[in-house]
Ligand binder design. Structure first.
Ligand SMILES: [Zn+2]
Ligand SMILES: [Zn+2]
Length: 421
């Protein structure tokens, strides 16, 4: 791997970045409960000259506005802040000082790293590029509740596009660290990069009774298992085989004792898709199969299918802006052009549904061997802390390429050159 081009300022403050990351890692907070985390972010931003800070969007969201000589263009860089309800397992990566101190909650997706990359980029930015040196407005978006709460949608509902004195946001950019992508690489694609997600909740109402007298009952466990078999036919038999789709039943709850026929059963699951046509087939078939199985077994089945996050669709122009900038940081071979999107989901999709932008995966594997050994959302998730330098450097390069005119840059040669890691 060619060495990434890391600005010397980031190298100088790297130990502070690691300290901050580990402090945040020890304080993981769930979506909309990022009280301590958002206070820390807001205080750090307030300490920086020229950044105005706005709090309370989507409850715990924090926005920083950094205006240059002009209002336009107005560009948003986003970091999500929430942890997950995952019980962290002790690991040789973490000593006792920075294991999660919030039982049952951990930063198992790397959002602690996202906060640090954006915040420390801000600290370096205000010193390298005071407002008199660039045209435009940078909006720092520290978003709550990506992991299921739809914090992005709620920030938009709370007027993110006109927060403070801004008139609009022209484009959004987002970074996600990826433990399954090699350090020093960036994975990206134009078009659909992450799937849409919906959830379904099914209630089977049978007739309970004695385990020895099934003829007097409608066994809801039998109905539920028959229904699960049917649901798994939807992707194999009803959706276009050239289109990606997933249906997973993640939970079934029924029954109280070995000799009691269960009165009711609950089935919960998730579906993933990249377009509205596939989404509609999945929704319709779930409901049709529930109605058919209810008829077949002479019981009632209620099915609720709730849209969660839409697919994340990168815009072509902004994707190429990212690629052009990241090549300067990671080299020509640092770009992994993804052939397909991934089936995971992101509420960054809400930003890309209303404005152009691009979402990117920054490689953060702890080692090139066993690349999938520390997966996101697992109790042993881990990322390489050198990725913090890379992510912050990508933010800086993107800023320079979007906001700094060549004439201005030539006057800043002592500051903007960078060096090799
Ligand atoms: Zn996640
Ligand atoms: Zn995440």
């Amino acid at each position: 791997m060619a060495s990434p081009k890391i600005h010397p300022e980031f190298k100088r403050i790297f130990s502070d970045m690691v300290t901050a990351r580990r402090m945040l890692h020890a304080w993981p907070e769930l979506g909309f409960e990022e009280v301590k985390t958002s206070s820390y972010v807001a205080e750090e931003l307030r300490a920086l000259p020229g950044i105005s800070v706005h709090r309370g969007l989507a409850k715990t969201g924090v926005v920083g506005i950094y205006r240059g000589r002009t209002a336009s263009p107005t560009i948003a860089f986003r970091a999500d802040m929430d942890g997950l309800p995952v019980n962290e397992r002790p690991s040789h990566f973490r000593d006792a000082s920075w294991v999660s101190k919030n039982p049952g909650v951990s930063h198992a997706c790397g959002h602690d790293g996202h906060i640090v990359m954006l915040l420390f980029f801000a600290k370096v930015l205000v010193h390298l590029y005071p407002p008199s040196t660039f045209d435009g407005t940078l909006v720092f978006v520290f978003q709550p509740a990506e992991e299921g709460g739809g914090g992005a949608e709620k920030m938009l509902a709370d007027n993110l596009l006109s927060v403070g004195d801004i008139k609009d946001i022209d484009a959004f950019y987002g970074i996600h660290l990826m433990s399954g992508v090699p350090l020093g690489k960036l994975a990206i694609k134009s078009g659909p990069i992450m799937a849409g997600i919906d959830t379904f909740d099914i209630h089977v109402q049978g007739v309970g009774g004695h385990g020895a007298m099934p003829h007097q009952t409608v066994d809801s466990i039998l109905v539920a298992t028959a229904l699960v078999q049917q649901l798994h036919h939807i992707v194999s038999r009803n959706t276009d085989p050239m289109e990606a789709a997933v249906l997973t039943v993640g939970k079934i709850n029924a029954g109280t004792a070995v000799n009691v026929i269960a009165d009711s059963a609950e089935i919960n699951g998730t579906i993933r898709h990249f377009n509205a046509a596939v989404q509609s087939v999945l929704h319709d078939r779930i409901k049709t199969l529930c109605a058919g199985v209810a008829k077949a077994y002479d019981c009632t089945i209620e099915a609720k299918v709730d849209p969660e996050y839409p697919p994340t669709i990168n815009h072509e122009k902004e994707t190429e802006i990212v690629v052009r900038s990241v090549k300067k940081v990671l080299g020509e071979d640092g770009i992994l052009r993804m052939q397909k999107g991934v089936m995971g989901s992101e509420d960054f999709s809400y930003f890309l549904n209303v404005r152009p932008g691009a979402f990117m995966f920054v490689g953060a594997a702890v080692s090139d061997k066993d690349i999938n050994k520390y997966p996101h959302h697992s109790p042993i998730f881990e990322f390489h802390e050198d990725a913090l330098l890379i992510g912050a450097s990508i933010w800086l390069q993107l800023f320079e390429d979007i906001f700094i005119q060549p004439s201005v840059r030539s006057g800043l040669t002592a500051m903007g050159t960078g060096s090799r890691l």
